[in-house]
Design a protein around this ligand. Sequence first.
Ligand code: DGY
Length: 313
Amino acid sequence: MPQTPLFADNLPPLFLDLLGDDFEILPWDVSSHSTSLSRAEAIITYGHPRVDGALLDRMPNVRVVSNHGVGVDHIDVAAANARNIPVGNTPGCLDGATADLTFALILATARNVVIGDHFARSAEFTVYEPSLLIGKEVNGATLGIVGLGRIGKQVAKRGRAFDMKILYHNRQRDLAAEVEFDAEYRSLDGLLAESDFVALNCPLTSETTNLISTAQFATMKRSAILVNMARGGVVDTDALYEALSTGRICGAGIDVTQPEPLPRNHPLLRLQNLVITPHLGSASDRTRRRMIEMTIDNLRAGLVGLPLPNRVN
Ligand code: DGY
C-alpha cells in the first residue's frame, strides 16, 4: 500500500507508533525550496505551528488539518473553511488534566511552594520558623473563572471541593452550570473586583486578546492571584509585569506566555511572586495519549472524506 504523505513536525515516538506504517512523514519545511508542500495530503499541527491561507494555497492536495490540542488560535480556520478543508481538534479529553494544573498553580502560588522548595534545600534553612513564607488560604476563598467552558467547569468542580465560592464570567450565562457548581455570574469587572483567585480558562480569540491589561489589574484586589491556563495572548505581558512588580496584585501562576517562550532575559522571569510552567496544561501521560488518538481519528476520517469525529469549522 502506498503511504499517505503527511506534513507534520516533531512528532514524538508514541505518535509515530500510533500512526503506524500508513503515512510518510514529510518535514515541516515551508521554505521556497520545500518539496513537502506540494506532496502533502494532510497536516498535523503538533506544538502550534502556524497554518494560514497562504500556506494552504501552497498545499493543493491537503484534505484535512488535524490539530493535536483543543486551542486552534494558530490555525486560520476561516481560511481552511474557504478551501473546504476540515480542521479537527481534541476537545474533552484534556479538561481534567488542565484543571488539575490550574489548581497546581493556584496552590503553588498561594502557598509559596516553589520558593519554599528552594529555601528548604538551601543552607539558610537551619531552624523551623512559624512566620516563614505565610501564604494565602485557598480553601474557602473566592475563585473567579473567566471562561466557564469544558475546562472551566472542571476548575469549578475542584474549587467546590476546596469549599470555594465560585464566580464566573462568560459571553453568556450558563444557568445549568450555576446550579451544578453553585456558581454566580459576574461581569468581568465584577469578577475581578471580588475574586481572591482569578483563573483564565477561555480560548484566545479577537475578543479575549489582552483581556487582562492595566485597567483590569487595577480592578483586582491587591491580595489577588491570577492564574493563566488559557493562552499568553489573553494577558498583556507588560501589564502583568507591572502589576506583579509593583504589588498591584499579589502573585500569578502562568502556564502560557506571549511570546512563548519569553525571551530568556525577560524581567518577568526574575519575579519571586510568579510561578511559571512551560505550557504543561494537558501534559499528563493519559491525556497526551488520548490527544494523539483523537488527532489520528480526525486525520484518518478527513483523508477518506468522512465527517471528523471532532471538527472545529
Ligand atoms: C491545547 O489543547 O490547546 C493545548 O494548549 C495543547 O496544545
